[in-house]
Design a protein around this ligand. Structure first.
Ligand code: SF4
Ligand code: SF4
Length: 190
């Protein structure tokens, strides 16, 4: 017989409404506990752990040049065929991308492009706010990837943030303070 883990109350428990009282006790416990509402996007934002695979970014070297050597491996391995790389040769004879586009509407954030890259160039970051009502904006170009946020050292926490309602419409972290609310301490674990 399958074990459900649900205890059958005794006849005496049924007479004195033990189940009802236990339910009311649980409800009252939640009513009195601290709120765990996440105030996103106006006041707080969840910064995922470093292992999160979000919006891509492109690494650059000390001279400000992209690390990408336009080998096309990321494009070849991409299961969604959403990376377009067109190479060119710069004045120093180095191969660089003339065009490097990623169609985020097709991307499944698998991370294969990052794994295949031999030049430590294309990376998946922690940014996850990519929703839009305009599909065309999901096609990101080389300059977008260079400007995209890098990995955050202290992911896995809720940080103070504010909604950039006048510009990007994204929730942006408030740099004046990194002391986030201790959100996890408010979660009941019983
Ligand atoms: S994360 Fe995966 S699907 Fe997205 S661009 Fe990279 S390889 Fe393609
Ligand atoms: S990002 Fe990496 S894998 Fe893709 S073209 Fe550039 S160097 Fe090659």
């Amino acid at each position: 017989m399958a074990r459900t883990g649900v205890k059958q109350s005794s006849w005496i428990g049924r007479v004195f409404f033990a189940d009802l009282l236990a339910g009311l006790r649980l409800t009252l416990g939640y009513m009195m506990s601290k709120t765990v509402t996440h105030h996103y996007p106006d006041h707080e934002k969840w910064v995922p752990y470093q292992r999160h695979r979000g919006h891509h970014f492109m690494n650059t070297n000390e001279a400000g040049e992209v690390n990408c050597v336009a080998c096309g491996l990321c494009s070849k391995i991409c299961p969604c065929n959403c990376i377009t790389v067109i190479p060119f040769e710069n004045d120093q004879g180095d191969r660089r991308p003339k065009v490097f586009d990623i169609d985020l509407a097709r991307c499944l954030y698998c991370g294969l492009c990052e794994d295949a890259c031999p030049a430590d160039a294309i990376k998946l970051g922690q940014e996850y706010e990519v929703s839009t009502t305009n599909r065309a904006t999901l096609k990101v170009h080389l300059e977008d990837l260079i400007a995209a946020p890098r990995k955050s050292e202290d992911g896995g926490d809720i940080k103070p943030a504010k909604l950039d309602s006048a510009g990007s419409q994204h929730s942006i972290l408030r740099p004046e303070s990194d002391a986030g609310r201790d959100w996890w301490s408010r979660v009941r674990r019983d």
